[in-house]
Write a protein that binds this ligand. Sequence first.
Ligand code: FE2
Ligand code: FE2
Length: 277
Amino acid sequence: MRIIQISDTHLSRGKPHFADNWPPLAAWIAAQNPDLVIHTGDVTVDGADVEDDLRYAAELMRSLGVRFRAVPGNHDVGDAGHPRQPVTDERLARWRTYFGPDRWIEDIEGVRLIGLDAMLLGSENREEATQAAWLDAVMEGAGGREIAWFLHRPLFLDSPDEPDGYWSVKPEPRARLSELVRQHSVALVASGHLHKAYQTVCDGTRYLWCPASSFLVGPETQPAMAGERWLGAVRYEVNGAALEPSIVDVPGLETYWLDDVIDEVYPPSPANSPAPG
Ligand SMILES: [Fe+2]
Ligand SMILES: [Fe+2]
C-alpha cells in the first residue's frame, strides 16, 4: 500500500498565484498510483472567508481520481484565537460540506492513521472537547496497530517546552497531546503549515514536516527554524505495521515566494499578522 501526503496547496479560483503548481502535482500523484492521498491543510488560499476557494479546491482534489482525506489549515477554517478569522461552527460546517469530516481515522494494514483538526486546539470551541474525547477513544481502540497522526500545525518546532507562537500548537493543548503521544508510543506525527521539509525522531516518535507544493516563505516573514525550504510531498510505503516515509521532490513545481505577492494574496492588516503559513 502506498500513501501520498501533500500540504499547503493554497488553491483559489480568484487568486491563482500558485495555480501553476497544481498540474505537475496532480500528474506526479497519478504516476505514484497511491491507495490514499492525505492533504494536511491550507488546501485553499482563503477558504475561511471565501467559500468558492473550498469548492474549487475540493473539485481539484476530486479530479485526482484517488481516495483522499484532508485536515483543515488556518487558511481553510480560521485559527484558534485569531482576531479576524477565528474558528467558528459556520467555518467548520463549510469545510465539512466540501471536504468531509475534519477529523478521521483510516486503518491500513497494521497502521491506524488519525487525522486531527489542529485549528481547534486552544480555540475553546465546543468541538475542541469533542475532538479530545474522540481522540482518546480512537487511540484506546487502536488494537495494537501502529499509530500515525496527521494535522496541519506541528506540535512543536524545537522542543515540547517552547512558548506560544504562530507556527506550532499552543503550549496547553500541546502538553496534553504530547502525553498521549508518549502513552501510546505514537510512531509518527506528520504536519504541514511551515512550508518546510524536515523530519526528526524525538523520544521514539518521528516528527515529519511535509513541504508545501505552492510557495516558500522567506526569512523576512518566517523566523529561523529547522527544516529546508523546498517544495515537494511525502510518500509512505506501508509494510505491515510499519510506515516508511520519504520526503520527495515533485518534478515541475515552480518555486514561488510568498514574500513577492503577499500584498495581493494575504493583504496585511493589523489583525492579520503574521499571515503566511
Ligand atoms: Fe497554515
Ligand atoms: Fe500554508
